[in-house]
Design a protein around this ligand. Structure first.
Ligand code: GTR
Length: 395
């Protein structure tokens, strides 16, 4: 393969300090309290700009207040007022933040974002709102990742595999057969390793806020039950837009086809692809289970979901609001786990009731061995190798 899928030095992203769109009484002071300085416009983050009409009205109101005061009171009292007003009055404070999610409205990650939105509204006294765009309303994952990086989308709930080509440590989480169990995964994500990966994502152009569960991904197809590696031979398997996922399916002897999530159903119906791989809830909520009835429990990756924020949107927040966002994100992750509990089993039941063939009685070892080669070929960075060792050593 010879390609470096996981390497250390990644592009960095310039930090844009959000300009505060404000009028302060320092404007009056610097011009001898004679005229208000023209307020500066905030750098456009998402096309949402403060309303100019409000701004002009507020500016005129301030000016009128100060002028009438000067007329009625003595000069020094007016100067004191100007000083007192020098704390900026921010008009950029109240904002709507847009968050993207490819999953459908009732999917646990989307519901977790709705929950987070509620906490943010409460925590900021209604100043900040989060508007959730589910079902790929803002585009497929690959596009939304880019848009989040440049600040056109404020927040993005994304799987670690597609964002892994930009955040190498996130890609590690998608490696095959890395986690022994969900408990092992949680022990890594809920403690220092998870925190380090979230913090480290800032170097790569994203502010990592929290992880969400994504169960384990397994292979499904429309042609035949897969029990051995030989059964995989030649199958056209859709993968996420991720070099790592391409390498994983190739290692199994199948043909990987990179397709956006929203095109998998059509791909299956038109026979462009024979199958795909995903967790139980995605297999069922997308109706893929109706088109590809053979589901083999390979559980080859437990790559979680990741919530990231654009650095631009992040820098537009005050220190207190940043804490509100972080806390809300973490709480939404705990909430999401509650929703996830039992959902995998219910999805499995739904597929079984529809008459699907669920293959569990097969030897996973050859699948694991075939994918093992990926580690040596793709993880070349010593820091990432160390990260893998640390994860493996977690009990
Ligand atoms: C789902 C994941 C999505 C997306 C999708 C896919 O499990 O929640 O974010 O990555 O898989 O296969 O494209």
């Amino acid at each position: 393969m010879g390609r470096l899928l996981l390497e250390g030095g990644q592009r960095s992203y310039p930090s844009h300090l959000g300009e505060v769109f404000s009028i302060s009484s320092t404007a009056f002071l610097s011009s001898g309290c004679s005229r208000a300085r023209r307020p500066r416009r905030a750098a456009s983050i998402d096309g949402l700009r403060p309303k100019p009409v409000l701004l002009v009205a507020a500016g005129a109101h301030q000016l009128a207040r100060v002028m009438s005061f000067i007329l009625r009171m003595n000069f020094w009292k007016a100067v004191l007022l100007c000083v007192a007003l020098s704390a900026p009055i921010s008009f950029a404070d109240a904002r709507e933040f847009r968050v993207a999610d490819t999953q459908s409205e009732d999917y646990p990650t989307v519901q977790a974002l709705v929950f987070m939105a509620r906490l943010v509204a409460e925590g900021t006294g209604g100043r900040h709102r989060i508007r959730v765009f589910h079902s790929r309303q803002l585009g497929e994952e690959k596009e939304t990742i880019e848009q989040t990086r440049v600040g056109a989308i404020d927040l993005n709930r994304i799987n670690v595999a597609p964002i892994g080509s930009l955040i190498p440590a996130a890609n590690v989480l998608a490696l095959p057969f890395l986690f022994r169990s969900f408990e092992h995964l949680h022990n890594a994500l809920d403690h220092s390793i998870g925190d380090e990966i979230l913090a480290g994502s800032q170097r790569h152009g994203f502010v990592g806020l929290t992880f969400y569960d994504s169960g384990a991904r397994s292979i499904y197809n429309s042609l035949r039950p897969i029990r051995t590696l030989a059964d995989m031979n030649g199958l056209r398997i859709r993968v996420q837009q991720s070099e790592l996922m391409v390498a994983m399916i190739k290692a199994l002897g199948a043909q990987p086809i990179e397709l956006p999530y929203g095109q998998v159903s059509t791909g299956l119906s038109t026979r462009l692809i024979d199958g795909a791989e995903n967790n139980w809830p995605s297999y069922v909520t997308t109706n893929h289970y109706k088109l590809a009835p053979y589901y083999t429990l390979t559980q080859h990756t437990m790559g979680p979901e990741l919530l990231v924020m654009s650095p631009r949107a992040w820098e537009s927040l005050s220190a207190e609001d940043k804490t509100v966002f972080r806390d809300a994100a973490r709480k939404s992750s705990a909430y999401m786990r509650e929703l996830w509990t039992g959902l995998e089993e219910r999805s499995r039941e739904q597929a079984r009731a529809a008459g699907n063939t669920i293959i569990t009685d097969f030897d996973r070892t050859p699948f694991e061995q075939a994918m093992n080669a990926i580690y040596a070929e793709t993880v070349t960075d010593p820091g990432l190798r160390q990260l893998i060792e640390r994860i493996r050593n977690i009990q």
